[in-house]
Design a protein around this ligand. Structure first.
Ligand code: SAH
Length: 398
């Protein structure tokens, strides 16, 4: 099939040639190939300024990312067979990594399926289609997933704000079977009920699996504070591993109701309390009440969603971490995360350093982590390398 061309400005092919899968709107030679000639999701052959073919991509004329590469050959739109093959390949990695069928099964560009995210909660799949190009392949995607796994149910959680920018409507639709209200998953030997339809994102944050497993070493007999707890991912694993008490803070009531159910499910409800509140506010209140904890988890949402938010985000990370340090007992442990990819590892450490100075505490970084391996990093795409995680030992000032 001969596809229309999308021609880049001189020298703008370099990044794509190095393996980057995106073309930004300012890199397109719009005189030679006006973006306005295309509809969202159209297939194109990407060419350098001299006309040499680089790749096949799908376009969206109205977004900052104008084209996303799907094949390194020209005139090769994604086929159903290719989607199937890529899904099977993604699945094979997860089956190799994990003993239980609960994971991020497809992580978009990192699994060569730009714009598609699929989480597997056992027999139930939750998918998100984030781009017009992938939306045009919806039927093939659903068919490929059905064929690969024969799931009991599958829902499209296409209710993400990114879709509005793509010119796509937001909707939630069950496309296979009948969706149960709750799905039970297992992580690090602990069971959780999640809500695949009303839960945040796809219902569970698998990216922290390995970091939650780090709790084991530190929590015996500990008083734990789990801030930004969602449905209790860290807190309940801490309780199961022997924490004396766990206090969860989250702004979402629905998340905390599930956290309590999950605590009961794991027979640790008697050691868990929840507080629906803004975490900054709640931490300040706990500080004024002179509460102390042995281990604190900070797992906030991304503070820097855009580059221009960076400075404010770093200040917020510093403020939040300072509050936590002030609540820690001498020789306490801080689990602290940032999922903002705009904030890099050094900047995150900088925020922790500022927090330590502000709180007059000595901080030793003893473990570093990142996202779990079912969220592979695409080496050319920094955005896929987003989660920073630090375990620090905290002592009172010298
Ligand atoms: N730690 C969780 C995931 C956290 S996701 C886990 O292990 O599963 C981020 C959470 O922060 C969400 O549950 C969201 O409801 C909550 N949140 C966002 N802003 C908040 C705020 N200002 N105060 C408290 N919680 C907040």
């Amino acid at each position: 099939m001969k596809l229309p061309d999308l021609i880049l400005k001189p020298n703008e092919e370099r990044r794509v040639k190095r393996g980057h899968p995106w073309v930004f709107s300012n890199e397109v030679d719009v005189e030679k190939s006006p973006l306005t000639d295309f509809a969202p999701g159209d297939w194109v052959t990407l060419r350098d300024h001299a006309g040499n073919a680089l790749a096949t991509a799908y376009v969206n004329p109205s977004t900052l990312i104008s084209a996303r590469v799907v094949n390194r050959e020209p005139d090769q739109p994604l086929t159903r067979e290719q989607i199937s093959a890529r899904i099977r390949r993604a699945l094979a990695l997860r089956e190799r990594l994990f003993d239980v069928p609960y994971y991020r099964m497809v992580f978009a560009e990192s699994d060569d399926l730009p714009g598609l995210v699929v989480d597997r909660h056992g027999e139930v799949l939750v998918a998100q289609i984030n781009t017009a190009g992938m939306e045009s392949m919806r039927v093939d995607i659903v068919a490929a997933l059905e064929q690969a796994l024969h799931p009991l149910a599958m829902v499209l959680r296409n209710d993400v704000p990114a879709r509005a920018m793509e010119g796509l409507e937001e909707y939630v639709e069950t496309v296979i079977g009948e969706l149960p209200d709750r799905v039970t998953i297992e992580e690090n030997g602990v069971v959780f009920e999640i809500d695949p339809v009303n839960g945040q994102k796809t219902g569970w944050f698998y990216d922290q699996r390995e970091n939650r497993a780090r709790l084991k070493r530190y929590v015996k007999g500990a008083r734990v504070l789990d801030a930004f707890s969602y449905t209790g991912g860290f807190g309940i694993q801490a309780a199961v591993e022997g924490a004396a008490s766990v206090h969860c803070i989250d702004s979402s009531e629905a998340a905390l109701i599930l956290a309590l159910r999950n605590a009961a499910l794991n027979r640790c409800g008697d050691r868990m309390t929840v507080d629906q509140a803004d975490a900054f506010y709640a931490l300040r209140r706990l500080r004024s009440e002179k509460q102390r904890y042995d281990l604190i988890v900070l797992d906030p949402p991304a503070f820097a969603r855009r580059k221009k938010d960076l400075r404010a985000a770093l200040e917020a990370y510093a403020r939040l971490n300072r509050l936590a340090l002030q609540l820690l007992e001498d020789d306490g442990i801080l689990f602290t995360a940032s999922c903002s990819w705009h904030v890099d590892g050094q900047q995150f450490t900088g925020a922790l350093r500022a927090a330590a100075r502000g709180a007059n505490k000595r901080v030793q970084i003893i473990e570093r982590g990142h996202q779990a391996p079912d969220h592979p990093v695409h080496p050319a795409l920094d955005e896929t390398d987003y989660l920073k995680f630090t375990v620090a030992r905290v002592a009172d000032g010298l």
